[in-house]
Structures are given as structure tokens and as C-alpha cells.
Design a binder for this molecule. Structure first.
Ligand code: SF4
Length: 326
């Protein structure tokens, strides 16, 4: 374990390509040198070595994302490697490739399945760009069917929703009542320079508009709020070129490649905020290792946090530990 106080969960964006084209998408990796960024994602050997390195460093949860990660040809092997290390595994997908065959082959490998659902309206999804390049949009019935089937297969279910100018007046309550996700994370669409500027004026909303959406859905027990400030610098992310990257400064900035610099050195280049991670509720009972291990993790981090003389760091630890055990 490193002597610094790392965020315990990591997002590995395996692949740049996506079969959809959401206008606010900030995972296009336009800033990453295309010589380094293999459009199809890392080869299997490199991807497995990266997962090994992340697990050895001490990450406890890994979320595979993209682009669209189900397009990555080695997804199953990479998720399986993370599971073999004992990590909690999660996949974030636009849902277009999910079916019974997919569920059957990942049932022992994936703990969490996250589907991005921004709208239940075909027209709104078309305006967002949340449609395949062939113009196909998932209907409300298809989202429901995929989520309920995943639940029946014992995946833990999360929904991600990005609130933007396209959907901020929408009411998703009846859909959420029907599918009952364990977690529903509601993001405020985040402008990132060089990634989604072209559409910024089209998708950006004010804090008041974002809050209006939250108030409309405040009775949802799974609701997790994540505005622009909470998102910046609080996610530990690896890009398809195998480097950490951060959005803290409103652009994507990357570290040296993990396999060249080593995880700890590359991680330290990013200046991620463990405090912001804790403040946004990044630690919860995410399963697999269970509450005891989250407790042990937090306690093991408290002494080094305190030694950094950032007393504020202790407070979120206590706050989230308490919320876990209550
Ligand atoms: S589905 Fe996800 S990765 Fe694909 S364009 Fe939309 S936000 Fe980006």
C-alpha cells in the first residue's frame, strides 16, 4: 500500500470509441495524443498488466467504462482479472449491447451494472445524441427490461443520469419507481475544454435548473447528487492509453503511462482529492469486501491523513463511516 492517501476506487476507461454520440460526452479523449491512444483500446496483455498494477496498489473497486466498454474485445478477460484480484467490479454502459447472453457470461464477474439513462423520451435522446450511429434509441420499455433482467440475475443496479438543457424538465419518477435502482447518480452536465465545447451552449444548465430536477425527484431513495464542482478532481480515472487523467482544471490532463512510471508515481502527478471523493459519498457499502473492509480501509487512511495536518480530512472519514454503519 502506498504511503499517500489514495482514492480507493478507480475508473478504467478501456476504449475511446462509442456507438453513440452524446453531445456533452467528456470521455472522447480528444486531448490525448492519438499516437498513444489506441482507438481500439489497449491490447489484452497491457490491459491485464494495468489491472494487476491497480490491484497491487490497493484499489478496492474498479469501474470499467469507455467510450462504450462492451465494444472492447477483451472486456471479459479484463473484468475477470479484476475479480480474481478480489476487487469489486462495475461496468458503466449505454445499454445498447446488453442482453441475456451478456448477463449470463458476466454474472460471476461483475458485481455492479450501471446503465446510463438520461431520458425516457425518444425525441429527447435523439437531441442529446444518445442514439446509436444508426439512429437507434433505447425505448423506456427496453431500459426497464434490461434493468429488471439484470436485477433478476443478481447484479447490483445503478443508473447514471446527466442533467442538461435537453432533459432538465423531465420527470423520471415513475420509471425509477418501476426499476428501483440501488443507486441513481444524477450529474450536472459538465463542460470540459477540448472535449465537448462544441455543444456547450446547447447542453449547459444553471445550478438552479439542476436543482429543479433534483427537487422533482427528491423522494427517490436512491438519488445521489453530483454537481459540477463535486465531479472535478474527485474521480480517479485511467484512460485507454493506460495513464491516469483528471478533469480538475476543466480540461483532461493525463499522467505518464502507469506501466512506465508505476502506479504511485503516476497517481501522484494527478493531485486527486480524497477529501472531495469522500465528500461526494464515494465510499459506500459497495459489496464484495463488505462493510468491515471499508471500515478497515478508512481507519488505515486516517493516520496518514492526519499526518498531512489537514484536519478537515478526518471529518468526512468519520461522517461517511458513520453513515455506513448506521
Ligand atoms: S454513451 Fe457514454 S461514452 Fe458514448 S457518447 Fe454517450 S456519454 Fe459518451
Amino acid at each position: 500500500m502506498a504511503s499517500i492517501t489514495p482514492i480507493p476506487s478507480v475508473n478504467f476507461h478501456l476504449i475511446k470509441p462509442c456507438n453513440m454520440g452524446c453531445k456533452y460526452c467528456f470521455a472522447r479523449f480528444n486531448d490525448v495524443d492519438n499516437q498513444k491512444l489506441l482507438r481500439g483500446g489497449p491490447d489484452l496483455h497491457s490491459a491485464l498488466r494495468i489491472v494487476d498494477a491497480l490491484a497491487d496498489f490497493g484499489f478496492q473497486k474498479i469501474t470499467f467504462a469507455g467510450g462504450e466498454p462492451t465494444l472492447y474485445p477483451h472486456l471479459k478477460a479484463v473484468v475477470g482479472r479484476a475479480k480474481a484480484h478480489g476487487l469489486t467490479t462495475m461496468l458503466v454502459t449505454n445499454g445498447s449491447k446488453l442482453n441475456s447472453t451478456f448477463y449470463a457470461s458476466y454474472v460471476d464477474l461483475l458485481d455492479w451494472l450501471t446503465i446510463s439513462v438520461d431520458s425516457l423520451s425518444i425525441d429527447t435522446n435523439l437531441r442529446i445524441g444518445r442514439a446509436t450511429h444508426g439512429g437507434r434509441v433505447l425505448s423506456r420499455a427496453e431500459y426497464e427490461q434490461r434493468l429488471l433482467e439484470a436485477k433478476a440475475q443478481k447484479f447490483r443496479i445503478k443508473i447514471n443520469t446527466v442533467v442538461s438543457r435537453y432533459n432538465y424538465t423531465e420527470d423520471m419518477n415513475s420509471f425509477l419507481d418501476a426499476v428501483h435502482p440501488e443507486r441513481w447518480k444524477v450529474f450536472q452536465a459538465l463542460p470540459i475544454r477540448g472535449e465537448n465545447d462544441d455543444y456547450r451552449s446547447e447542453f449547459e444548465i444553471t445550478t438552479a435548473e439542476y436543482k429543479g430536477f433534483l427537487v422533482r425527484h427528491s423522494r427517490q431513495p436512491s438519488l445521489i447528487v453530483e454537481d459540477n464542482d463535486a465531479m472535478k478532481g474527485s474521480y480517479c480515472m485511467v484512460n485507454p492509453a493506460g495513464a491516469f487523467y483528471t478533469n480538475a482544471e476543466g480540461i483532461l490532463r493525463e499522467s505518464r503511462p502507469i506501466l512506465e512510471a508505476g502506479v504511485e508515481a503516476a497517481y501522484q502527478e494527478m493531485g486527486y482529492s480524497t477529501i472531495k471523493f469522500l465528500d461526494r459519498g464515494g465510499v459506500y457499502d459497495w459489496g464484495n469486501k463488505g462493510i468491515y473492509n471499508i471500515y478497515a480501509l478508512q481507519m488505515s487512511r486516517m493516520i496518514p491523513l492526519y499526518n498531512q495536518t489537514d484536519v478537515r480530512a478526518i471529518l468526512p472519514c468519520c461522517k461517511y463511516f458513520c453513515s455506513i454503519v448506521q
